[in-house]
Design a protein around this ligand. Structure first.
Ligand code: PHE
Length: 330
């Protein structure tokens, strides 16, 4: 009997325990053999012998069941350990995307002006003649209209050739003071190394009481802004002409490709033109019926900034959707 108990205790896997079960409780097992002896036991002792056998059988069965429970539990625990998932491990995160360089540049520009309390304004891409030209001091037949190679739509509508119409829309719906930027897509019939028919501009407009907003303000904010964008560059303001500003200027930075020594990108001048700006022309204020105000405005091409910041040689590359370019901006 002790032997049989030992067999159960020694089994250290479910497989072994199964073997023990057959050896003990099977048809030809140890217990069956014990019970077979019963027929040779003399009559008066049979009862006591049978009771003894049954007690042993119950004892062994209990022991077996306990062992089975223990081994089963161990097995489950082993399995759980082996199959544990470490949720703190990094999984396969897949390919990481990134902002398109034009959008990233746009965001960088917007961040600068939002930090200075400029509001972001928006307007339609299909504009009417009044907002795109007329109110901006470009009357019909004005020769300056030829500066803009316009996409004309049906019924006199145009694809906006600049973001300046958003100046007009904002002034018509709000009273001064105004402090706004208008980022967005614009359209011109152009296609070469530095022009695509669709590109993005950020427009800016600040209007205050007469005398409150002047060229010095414009000059200082444009200089600060260009240092923020391009770091330690030289900046120069060059007299220029826009119908909607007077006086007007174009702003150059010293060439970041050749450090102003002269190269192909700066046409050997050492300077890169980066934006247009000026003091808002009185005719524009008349068109929106603003009285006794002064203001400045500026406009810049986002693609041009992106090209300069990332030294991209051909502007058209930005719109070809070639992942080899885009992958470099992750
Ligand atoms: N709208 C002008 C352009 O597209 C840029 C500009 C905006 C110039 C505001 C001066 C003031 O070329």
């Amino acid at each position: 009997m002790e032997n049989l108990e030992k067999m159960i205790e020694k089994a250290d896997s479910l497989e072994e325990l199964e073997k023990v079960r057959v050896e003990l409780f099977g048809k030809k097992g140890a217990l069956s053999k014990e019970f077979a002896k019963l027929k040779d036991v003399p009559g008066p002792e049979k009862k006591a012998f049978a009771e003894g056998l049954n007690q042993n059988k119950v004892k062994l069965q209990t022991l077996f069941d306990e062992r089975y429970t223990t081994l089963k539990k161990e097995e489950i625990e082993k399995l759980l350990k082996a199959e544990t998932i470490d949720v703190s491990l990094y999984g396969n995160l897949g390919e990481k995307g990134a902002l398109h360089p034009v959008m990233a540049t746009m965001d960088k520009i917007i961040d600068y002006f939002v930090a200075l309390n400029f509001a972001i304004e928006d307007g339609p891409k299909v504009e009417d003649d009044f907002h795109n030209f007329e109110a901006l001091n470009l009357p019909k037949n004005h020769p300056a209209r030829e500066m803009q190679d316009t996409f004309f739509c049906k019924d006199g509508a145009v694809l906006r050739t600049h973001t300046s119409p958003v100046q007009i829309r904002t002034m018509l719906k709000q009273k001064p003071p105004i402090r706004m930027i208008a980022p967005g897509a614009v359209f011109r019939k152009d296609y070469d190394l530095t022009h695509t028919p669709m590109f993005h501009q950020v427009e800016g407009l600040v209007v205050g009481e007469k005398g409150e907003v002047n060229f010095a303000n414009l000059k200082s904010i444009m200089s600060e802004f260009l240092h923020y964008m391009f770091g330690d560059v030289e900046i120069r303001f060059r007299p220029s002409f826009f119908p909607f500003t007077e006086p007007s200027a174009e702003v150059d930075i010293s060439c970041i490709f050749c450090e102003a020594k002269g190269c192909r990108v700066c046409s050997h001048t050492g300077w890169l033109e980066v934006l247009g700006c000026g003091i808002v022309d009185q005719n524009v204020f008349d068109a929106v019926e603003y009285k006794n105000v002064s203001g400045y405005a500026f406009g810049l091409g986002v693609e041009r900034f992106a090209m300069l910041l990332h030294k991209i040689p051909d502007l058209r590359m930005l719109f070809e959707g070639d992942t080899r370019l885009l992958e470099q901006f992750r």
